[in-house]
Design a protein around this ligand. Structure first.
Ligand code: NAD
Length: 311
């Protein structure tokens, strides 16, 4: 039976470490790290995410600025906000919450954030530095970087291991590949056109699923004893689907009755837990690490800016 990788506990540890570092900074009279979060439109899920990010800043003593812009905001107007934040000395990190409304040119906006404030790690300069293996001077995407932290803190070595990543998005899959290669894993990337996906996945010592399809990864994808990381966050509203994924887990069924949904990943835990060696739960696995890593990235951006100023 797989052991669960407790992302919530690791995220709490990371935040506590960041808090210690921030307290030292503040005790020396330095300015606090600062994060600006920009939300365009009132998408309910994005509003919740932005709220959690601002709260995390407040708990750590960061300067935080939240910009709520109407859904009708134009690309030019959003670019003006980004430009102002690029020049705001209180701000080390700028996060434009995705997805943006369809009429906004997302690429133009993300490219406009100066690379040293790009705490999401999506700017082509940071993407390139990660690809080149120059992580120390770049900002790397929070979710895959959090997965690396999780593996490290559970002493799961990736060096020389076969890692298979399902999904090739710019947010998770692609940076995950670079982070793993930089740590000397042997990496295969799979996607919607991959042939014999279960067979390729069964070669993995470490299997990372970032697909966005509920319970897609079954026992047929997993080598006995493998480490399985489930990045997916998918709402489940149907009690029959919940039973398929979680058996008769009363809490899940009660959540659907009470809140209309429970959350599931891309992995079917009922089928995979008996086969895998390690598994991240959903919720409580990869999810909490993302915000913790955003806080850590903002602190890193603060340091990089300080170093650049004194160089
Ligand atoms: P995406 O839609 O951008 O990418 C999905 C990828 O899965 C694509 O590369 C596609 O080729 C691949 N794919 C789709 N169908 C497939 C199939 N049948 N077989 C093989 N591959 C297939 O998604 P994303 O932004 O990478 O997010 C993936 C999941 O991770 C989503 O559920 C998302 O909500 C979740 N996510 C979670 C966090 C977190 O903090 N835990 C962060 C980002 C994304």
């Amino acid at each position: 039976m797989a052991q669960l990788l407790d992302g919530k506990r690791i995220a709490d540890d990371i935040r506590a470490e960041v808090k210690l570092d921030v307290d030292v900074l503040l005790s020396k009279g330095a300015r606090p790290p600062g994060l600006a979060v920009v939300l365009v439109g009132g998408d309910p899920a994005s509003t919740v995410y932005v709220g959690s990010k601002v709260k995390a800043c407040q708990e750590l003593g960061y300067y935080s600025a939240r910009h709520d812009l109407p859904a009708s905001t134009t690309t030019a107007e959003l670019l003006a906000v980004v430009d102002a934040l690029n020049h705001d000395d209180r701000v080390d990190g700028i996060l434009v919450q995705l997805p943006l409304p369809k009429h906004i040119d997302e690429t133009l906006v993300l490219d406009a954030i100066v690379p040293h404030k790009d705490v999401d790690g999506f700017h082509p300069v940071n993407v390139g530095l990660l690809y080149l293996g120059q992580e120390a001077r770049s900002l790397t995407p929070c979710t895959p970087t959090g997965i690396i932290e999780l593996l490290q803190r559970y002493d799961i070595d990736v060096l020389g291991k076969r890692a298979v990543v399902i999904g090739r998005s710019a947010i998770v899959g692609k940076p995950m590949i670079s982070l793993l290669i930089n740590r000397s894993a042997t990496v295969t990337v799979c996607h919607s056109k991959t042939k014999d996906l279960p067979g390729v996945c069964r070669e993995a010592d470490i299997l990372i699923a970032a697909i966005g399809r509920t319970g897609f990864v079954t026992d047929q994808f997993v080598k006995p004893g493998a480490v399985v990381i489930d990045v997916g966050i998918n709402p489940v509203t149907d009690a029959a689907v919940a039973r398929e994924l979680f058996g008769d887990d009363e809490k899940r069924l009660a959540a659907i009755e009470r809140r209309g949904q429970t959350l599931a990943g891309d992995v079917n835990p009922r089928l995979v837990e008996p086969v895998a060696g390690w598994l991240t739960p959903v919720p409580g696995g990869v999810g909490p690490l993302t915000i913790a890593m955003l806080m850590k990235n903002t602190l890193k951006a603060h340091r990089l800016r300080d170093q650049a100023a004194t160089a």
